[in-house]
Each structure stands twice: as structure tokens, then as C-alpha cells.
Design a protein around this ligand. Structure first.
Ligand code: SF4
Ligand code: SF4
Length: 365
């Protein structure tokens, strides 16, 4: 059943332990149709070491390779930062080692097909890796917070099927968090039939200002489900978040209906005092009250990305990724152009970009 979510306690990234847990989880899920060709799709946001908690840990991939060893498997994801060669990501994230050890090919998302989407009346043509025509996606997200969408887990990880820079360009078409979440849901619905399974790395999770600079926290779970929506719904419950406070879940529920997931497997304890991104309240206030109550103070109610020049290594990934060219070559921001998509914040490999709030924003959020 699509609404079934399996929860597995898992204390560490030990390969043997993870394999055992995944095996039990897949048995509990009692999958009826396992595809012959599977694309293992981790979160490869940044070319960082797995211990930094930004990317899916490679032991989940190796565990899944062992479980589905009699199938035709490939590994792939497409990071937004086009300046770095993808080989650097494969190596630093630990996927190259897995690929060699188990003889599973790493794939680039070079070729794409076009899908037509209608997001709240806005029609667009979206490139998606051609691999989904041949392979079903085994979605392997990392449990993290996200400054724009609050959480990035099952649904948001599928955004990586869109090749390279298109991802940041799309932010300039769907600017506010609600519109962007609507896009995520329509994109998911269009490719839903291509998604086989979602397996979440929630052993070490990220809270606070994710998805690349937040704080790491041990949660100790692997979460598995056929539907990334139900998986994300459960993850909200785990983090003590009302799922309806997450735009993409709310949008899905209103348009496509959603019930409570059927939770099976191990007992779980709610993660106490889970830290949401510092931008969450800002967007809530801005979207709900600005048109009426707070308009007179709107120009004082601001958040902006700022560069810490002591940490900055001048790699220019932020300049390259900005969809509205709001960062100049000498690393100065054009505040009027900035659409607060946080792509720069997300791709900075050195945690050199921070979110700065105006005094009123600090007081109100
Ligand atoms: S400066 Fe950063 S947050 Fe602003 S639009 Fe560019 S990438 Fe997005
Ligand atoms: S702020 Fe980060 S991404 Fe931008 S140039 Fe500096 S180190 Fe690179």
C-alpha cells in the first residue's frame, strides 16, 4: 500500500547493520512489483565528505545494491553547481568507491526528455533525465531542513532529476516558497509512475539552516515507503512538525487527498526541540500578513544572504548558481534583484554565506 511507511531504528552507518535493517524494512513493506532496472538517486547536493551530513551516506547505497543485486542498477544525481566536475562529487561523497566495489555504474544526467507541467495555470517545459524512461527511481534522500521549503526529504530530492543549472533557473519562475512547493508537487505527480521507492537516510539528520549549513543531529532512523509524500508526512511527525505547516504537503493534501500514513516497523520517539530554518517564520509572516497589516513596515522587514569574507574561498559557485545574476564577480550582492531562493547559500561549499535579518525581522521572527 502506498500509504505504508516503515520505520527502522538504526544507530550507526555500519555497513552490515544498514544492510540488515534495509532487508527487514523491504520485507515489511512487502513490495509487489520490483522493477528490473533501478536508478539509485541519492542527495548529492555538494562535493562533501559523508560525515558532513549534507549528502546521502554511501552505506545506504551499498546496502540497497546488495538487496537488489539481481537487478540492473545505476547510481546518479545532478548537482546544481556547474563549476565543479561531477567526478569530484562522486569521489568526495563516497559514491565512486561504492561504484567500483559493487561494479555499479555512476551516470551523469546529460540527456534529458521534456515534460509539460501546468503549475497553477503557469505552463512550463521541464527537462528531466532521460534515464527515467528506462529505469525506475529508488529515491534515497537525506533528512534535512531547507531554508525555502522547510524540509528536504522525499519529494524535494526528486528535484535533482532535473539536470544541473535548470534547477536554479526554475527558482526565478517560482519565486515564493508556496509557488515553488506547488511546482514540486506537480513535478512529482508527473513523474510519480517512474518512482519505485523512497529510503530516507535519517540516521544523522540536519536541522536549523539547512540544506548545507545546518546543525547535525543524531536521529537514528531509516524510513522507507513507496510514496515520498507519505514518507515526508511521517518525517514531519518524527520532527514534531504539523505536516500541514509544510507547504508541499498541504498543497498535495488539498489537491490530491492524503490520509494518515500507516506506520509499521519499530517504535519511534519524536525528536524534541527540532530546529526549523531561521527563515520559516519570516516567510510565514511575509506571506500571511504583509498584504494588509504589515505593509507600512515591509521595507524594514527583510532577510538577506551575506558573505563572510573570512570563510569565503572565492570559488564563485554562488555567482554561477544565482538565477537572477544578483551576485557580481567581485562578490557584491544586488539586493534589489535577489529573490531569496537561497541557491547561493545551498551551493557554497565553505559555509561562507549566512542569512542576515533586519532588526524588525529579528524581533518578529
Ligand atoms: S543572491 Fe542568492 S538568494 Fe539571492 S537570488 Fe541569488 S542565489 Fe538566490
Ligand atoms: S561565498 Fe562560498 S560559494 Fe561564494 S565564492 Fe565564497 S566560498 Fe564560493
Amino acid at each position: 500500500m502506498k500509504d505504508k511507511v516503515v520505520v527502522l531504528k538504526c544507530e550507526s552507518y555500519s555497513e552490515d547493520l544498514i544492510y540488515e535493517k534495509l532487508k527487514r524494512g523491504i520485507e515489511l513493506l512487502d513490495l509487489k512489483n520490483i522493477p528490473e532496472k533501478i536508478l539509485l538517486k541519492p542527495n548529492m547536493l555538494s562535493a562533501r565528505n559523508p560525515n558532513e551530513g549534507v549528502t546521502t551516506h554511501p552505506t545506504l547505497i551499498s546496502g540497497l545494491i546488495k538487496i537488489f543485486e539481481n537487478k540492473k542498477l545505476i547510481i546518479g544525481d545532478s548537482p546544481a553547481n556547474a563549476l565543479k566536475p561531477i567526478e569530484e562529487y562522486w569521489e568526495n561523497c563516497g559514491y565512486l568507491e561504492i561504484s567500483k566495489k559493487y561494479n555499479v555504474e555512476l551516470k551523469k544526467f546529460d540527456d534529458f526528455l521534456i515534460i509539460d507541467l501546468n503549475v497553477n495555470g503557469k505552463k512550463c517545459k521541464i527537462p528531466v533525465t532521460k534515464l527515467i524512461k528506462e529505469y525506475k527511481v529508488l529515491n534515497i534522500p537525506k533528512f534535512k531542513t531547507h531554508n525555502l521549503t522547510t524540509l528536504t526529504i522525499g519529494i524535494k530530492n526528486l528535484y535533482g532529476l532535473i539536470p544541473g543549472m535548470t534547477k536554479s533557473i526554475l527558482h526565478s519562475k517560482f519565486i515564493n516558497p508556496y509557488d515553488f512547493s506547488s511546482f514540486l508537487i506537480e513535478f512529482y505527480k508527473e513523474i510519480e509512475k517512474n518512482i519505485f521507492l523512497t529510503v530516507v537516510d535519517a540516521i544523522i539528520i540536519m536541522e536549523g539552516d539547512g540544506p548545507s549549513s545546518g546543525e547535525l543531529r543524531k536521529a537514528g532512523y531509516i524510513i522507507i515507503g513507496e510514496s515520498p509524500v507519505y514518507v515526508d508526512y511521517f518525517c514531519c511527525l518524527l520532527a514534531s512538525i504539523n505536516p500541514e505547516n509544510i507547504d508541499f504537503i498541504k498543497i498535495y493534501k488539498e489537491k490530491y487527498k492524503l490520509k494518515e500514513p500507516e506506520i509499521i516497523g519499530d517504535n519511534f520517539e519524536v525528536l524534541k526541540n527540532f530546529k526549523l530554518p531561521s527563515t520559516k517564520k519570516y516567510f510565514l509572516i511575509k506571506n500571511k500578513f504583509f498584504s494588509k497589516l504589515l505593509l507600512p513596515i515591509s521595507k524594514f522587514f527583510k532577510i538577506i544572504p551575506v558573505i563572510n569574507l573570512q570563510k569565503c574561498k572565492k570559488c564563485y559557485s554562488c555567482v554561477n548558481v544565482c538565477p537572477v545574476k544578483s551576485i557580481s564577480k567581485n562578490l557584491k550582492f544586488d539586493r534589489k534583484k535577489c529573490i531569496l531562493c537561497f541557491c547561493c547559500f545551498e551551493v557554497c561549499p565553505y559555509k561562507a554565506i549566512k542569512i542576515k535579518k533586519s532588526l524588525i525581522a529579528k524581533i518578529l521572527t
